[in-house]
Design a protein around this ligand. Structure first.
Ligand code: AMP
Length: 630
């Protein structure tokens, strides 16, 4: 039976895992690695995902898309600055949303993420031997409603059945706590490529209860890289009067080198960043090179203020959980950026405890997601586990004077439902507009508006008389549904959402269809390439057979040579399928004839010398290649 899997859809890398025999395990991708870069590239008609996309990034900078998670479910005005730093083009989309410019048209971040998800699941299906469709996807605990919905939409666009969206630190705690006995209070500190989360949980007797969560969805290792990029580009500009950031290819190389230097500095005290031929002098057209030393101390001063930013969310999470640092039994580090020594040191000084490094920071989240997938799909081998998670941010409505009336406060366990009755502020008010807000600030304008709902058709009544019942229903994915009902008429039909940046149902349906069509087109493209490769391999075999066919009839050799030339041309000109297939068939037949002739004219197998066994081995190669492909 097909199992449900867990996917950690990371800013930088993604990981997929499944429970086998009661234990979660990472599924390696088709390239044989346990993590897959969350990178997508368009190259002509081809679409590349993962390692292969990452590897060609510098050569194809404007068409290689990474860290797209920073944009998912966000508004254009929230990410304008970040968008400007990417080597690819990010533009404002419909309703203040975000679109990414690709050679295949404008794409929503959800669509790019769907491509990463699709690859992860396709590779997993191939490894597991069944088609995976049910998935649990993780998101940073501090993701708001729109970001969660957008992540769920990415899963849907990828053709997946998203069983649940769960919080990354909660998932990490699940993988950490699976084998633990006894009660413990743990703090999961998760600093990844683009986001920071801190979550405090109590675990014991199979119950994982989140007490509080906090974080910063704009803070991660990629920000450290950007600081190094800025410094490098600044130094280079000082010396050469040329801003490397204006050249997308140079910028992409700078970003890669910065990340590498940062990673080096987690274990070394000093590193050299060397980028020969980084650009050309615009006047003299001579090549320019970059070479710089960076010490750990310098790096720490470049990113010191960023690292300091983790302090406040940690203290807030402790306060919300009503705990002092001394009450935390274990501190678990998750996310690649916790390998930075200065990050570890700050955590240690903040919490007065050496962090527990027993979990693999790259894999813990996916492993926990797999456990949750197992629980949700009724896999009894996982054991009895109950997960109680919380909502990271307060949800409320705007009331008179632009003030927020909270409905579900932050750190409330999910699912949660609350109904409140509101009334009108004016006499004979025909309708009310409900502005749904998320955030901790008291004034509506300072929080994120998730959408506006209008309830119309209220019969004429004095101010304060109508009773409008507003219900907030927050599901286990942390996704909110809001309804409003006017009690005297029972009317709730005129509700409509405006001003949301997430994709509408029609758009998602269209993207699902496009993704399916693309998958079909990709398959056809792959088949075409395979056919071409098979013909080329056959041609090489033919050339080899010709070179060894001393005594075969000349007319037969000429025929094989001609057909081999024809095959070469068909491959080189990327001829249509019919031409490739016919060239394959003709060459196969002629080659068969030639090989029979060769066999007939060769002295029958004698045994003694190495050259015979060599020739035999070669024949085997020809035979193996000779099979029609596919
Ligand atoms: P994640 O989102 O958990 O995959 O974390 C990815 C981030 O961790 C990226 O910004 C990486 O550059 C960063 N990272 C990975 N390994 C290290 C390391 N050894 N030292 C510093 N940062 C690292």
């Amino acid at each position: 039976m097909a199992k449900a899997v867990g996917i950690d859809l990371g800013t930088t890398n993604s990981v997929i895992a499944v429970v086998e025999g009661g234990k979660p395990d990472v599924i390696v991708n088709s390239e044989g690695t346990r993590t897959t870069p969350s990178v997508v590239a368009f190259k002509g008609a081809e679409r590349l995902v993962g390692n292969i996309a990452k590897r060609q990034a510098a050569m194809n900078a404007t068409n290689t898309f990474f860290e797209v998670k920073r944009f998912i479910g966000r508004r254009w005005d929230e990410v304008r600055e970040e968008a400007g730093r990417a080597p690819f083009k990010v533009v404002e989309g419909p309703n203040g949303g975000i679109r990414i410019e690709t050679t295949d048209g404008l794409k929503a971040p959800e669509e790019i993420s769907a491509m990463v998800l699709r690859k992860m699941v396709d590779d997993a299906s191939a490894k597991l031997g069944y088609t995976v469709t049910d998935v649990v996807i993780t998101v940073p605990a501090y993701f708001d409603n729109t970001q969660r919905e957008a992540t769920a939409a990415a899963g849907k666009i990828a053709g997946l059945n998203v069983l649940r969206i769960i919080n990354e630190p909660t998932a990490a705690a699940l993988s950490y706590g699976l084998d633990r006995k006894g009660n413990e209070t743990i703090l999961v500190f998760d600093l990844g490529g683009g986001t920071f989360d801190v979550t405090i949980l109590e675990i014991g007797d199979g119950v994982f209860e989140v007490k509080s969560t906090n974080g910063d969805t704009h803070l991660g290792g990629a920000d450290f890289d950007q600081r190094i990029v800025k410094w490098l580009a600044g130094e280079f500009e000082k010396e050469n009067k040329f801003d490397l950031r204006k050249d997308p290819q140079a910028l992409q190389r700078l970003i890669e080198a910065a990340e590498k230097a940062k990673i080096d500095l987690s274990s070394a005290n000093e590193t050299t960043i060397s980028l020969p031929f980084i650009t050309f002098d615009p006047e003299t057209r001579t090549p320019m090179h970059l070479e710089k030393k960076l010490t750990r101390a310098q790096f720490e001063s470049l990113v010191g203020d960023l690292i300091e930013r983790v302090r406040k969310p940690v203290l807030q999470a402790l306060e919300d959980a009503k705990l002092s640092a001394a009450k935390i039994d274990e501190v678990i580090l998750v996310g690649g950026s916790t390998r930075v020594p200065a990050v570890k040191a700050l955590v240690q000084s903040l919490l007065g405890k050496t962090p527990n490094e027993s979990v693999n920071p790259d894999e813990a989240v996916a492993l926990g997601a797999a456990v949750q997938a197992g629980i949700l799909s009724g896999d009894s081998s996982v054991g009895d586990i109950v997960l109680v998670d919380v909502t990271p941010l307060t949800l409320g409505v705007e009331v008179k004077g632009g003030v927020v009336a909270p409905m579900i406060t932050r750190n409330t366990a999910v699912p949660a439902k609350r109904t409140e009755v509101y009334t009108t502020a004016e006499n004979n008010q025909p309708g009310v507009e409900i502005n749904v807000l998320q955030g901790e600030r008291t004034m509506a304008n300072d929080n994120k508006s998730l959408g506006r709902f209008k309830l119309e058709g209220i019969p004429p009544m004095p101010a304060g008389v109508p009773q409008v019942e507003v219900t907030f229903d927050l599901d286990t994915n942390g996704i909110l549904k809001v309804s409003a009902k006017e009690k005297s008429t029972g009317k709730e039909s005129n509700i409509r959402i405006e001003n949301t940046t997430t994709l509408g149902k029609d758009e998602i349906d269209r993207m699902v269809m496009e993704a399916e069509q693309n998958a079909e087109a990709d398959k056809l493209r792959k088949e075409k390439v395979e056919k071409r490769n098979a013909l080329d391999a056959l041609r090489l075999s033919a050339e080899k057979a010709l070179s060894e066919s001393g005594s075969a009839p000349q007319d037969l050799k000429d025929k094989v040579q001609q057909l081999s030339d024809k095959a070469r041309e068909a491959v080189q000109t990327e001829a249509d399928d019919a031409t490739i297939e016919s060239a394959q068939k003709q060459l196969e037949e002629a080659l068969q004839e030639l090989m029979q002739a060769n066999a007939a004219t060769q002295p029958s197998n004698s045994s003694d010398d190495a050259s015979t066994s060599e020739a035999k081995k070669d024949d085997d190669v020809v035979d193996a290649d000779f099979k029609p492909a596919g």
